[in-house]
Ligand binder design. Structure first.
Ligand code: ZN
Length: 255
């Protein structure tokens, strides 16, 4: 009696026989394993769908950014074009004024204004040319993203279809199993159930209840001491593997 108990063992009360508890837990394990097998059929598909969805969202964001930036550049082009018109009308105005000047100094001052506005027009035209090149660049970029996006959307549609088909095929079976699992879980005491779920979540193969086979835990294949094997076989207490923490049941229990 002085032997240390594992944490799962400590959790358990004695209101129900160990045999009944373990049979039920083993039954739950069988149902859960069947559900796992169905989910395995879906394989990587759910993850692939998620990844594609994320990728598409990012690409759409990039497309929107490009579109916004193109709009900004285009409105700057328009502004420069308006400024050119203003400069041109100023030049016309100054030239008219030059016809009516009283002296050379005024004429020269207007010439300087005209020259200044001409330089402004040149600068605007240079900037507009650069802006058009940028817009062209961005449009090309946007088109490339668009093509890539279309490919990804097509791939997503296929993956979704594939997943839906597999899910539909197994849906009825899965629903029935989940119902069975729920009914079974309702009969397992909450703390034992929690321990079972914890072990299951940590186990790679989803096995939380395993048989003792050839003196070993069939979850991790470590040897089980003889006395412990006897305890398990006689359903003396709820036993877990000292190495992997899985619940252990004897082959006799499930016969
Ligand atoms: Zn083990």
């Amino acid at each position: 009696m002085a032997k240390a108990k594992t944490s799962a063992e400590k959790l358990l009360g004695d209101d129900e026989s160990v045999e009944v508890k373990m049979k039920r837990l083993y039954e739950l394990q069988l149902i859960d394993s069947q559900i796992d097998a169905l989910l395995t059929l879906r394989g990587e598909l759910p993850m692939e769908v998620q990844e594609l969805e994320a990728k598409i969202e990012a690409l759409q964001g990039k497309m929107n950014n490009e579109a916004e930036e193109i709009q900004e550049v285009e409105s700057l082009i328009l502004k420069r074009k308006r400024d050119i018109e203003i400069a041109k009308s100023l030049i016309v105005k100054y030239k008219e004024q030059q016809d009516n000047v009283r002296n050379n100094r005024e004429h020269e001052s207007l010439s300087k204004e005209i020259e200044y506005q001409s330089l402004e027009i040149e600068l605007h035209e240079k900037k507009i040319k650069e802006a058009y090149a940028l817009v062209e660049d961005k449009n090309r970029n946007k088109d490339e993203i668009g093509t890539y996006l279309a490919e990804k959307e097509e791939a997503l549609e296929l993956k979704r279809k594939e997943l839906t088909e597999i899910t539909n095929e197994t849906k009825k079976e899965e629903d029935a199993l989940r119902k069975q699992a729920t009914a079974c879980k309702a009969q397992v005491e909450p703390r034992l159930l929690q321990a079972y779920e914890n072990v299951r979540n940590n186990a790679r193969n989803g096995l939380a209840v395993v048989l003792v086979k050839r003196d070993a835990c069939s979850g991790c294949f470590n040897k089980i001491p003889l006395q412990r094997q006897i305890d398990i076989a006689t359903n003396k207490k709820v036993a877990t593997c000292e190495y992997c923490g899985r619940f252990l049941v004897s082959e006799e229990l499930i016969k």
